[in-house]
Design a protein around this ligand. Structure first.
Ligand code: SF4
Length: 108
């Protein structure tokens, strides 16, 4: 048996084992832990400013209605209970579940 090929095989199997352990570890992380995006604000998005985005819907301007927040909006893509989540109107950002903007549309 060739000593070099045996060593290469051992290295290969160690690498495979380490990779499998890494993948298993990633699978245990909450989805949002590695997918979090920057939080939207009127400072980092001119669109957010023009749509009067706020992180606290109780401070929103008209035409905001009580009970309207990002978690209740059709564009919100976060999971129930998440503090922040993606929004279809603001790609590349997370919006606050308790936020609001003038593009709000109630979920069906
Ligand atoms: S479109 Fe909806 S989910 Fe997105 S920021 Fe505005 S109110 Fe929130």
């Amino acid at each position: 048996m060739n000593v070099e090929s045996t060593t290469d095989r051992r290295r290969f199997f160690k690498l495979v084992s380490a990779s499998a352990a890494g993948i298993a570890l990633l699978a245990t992380l909450p989805r949002r832990a590695w997918a979090a995006l920057p939080h939207l604000s009127i400072e980092n998005s001119p669109t957010a400013k023009s749509l009067h985005y706020v992180e606290d819907d109780t401070k929103a301007v008209a035409p905001h209605q009580p009970g309207q927040d990002c978690a209740a909006c059709v564009h919100y893509q976060g999971k129930p209970g998440d503090e922040y989540g993606p929004c279809a109107i603001f790609p590349g950002f997370d919006v606050k579940a308790k936020g609001w903007c003038a593009a709000f549309q109630k979920k069906a």
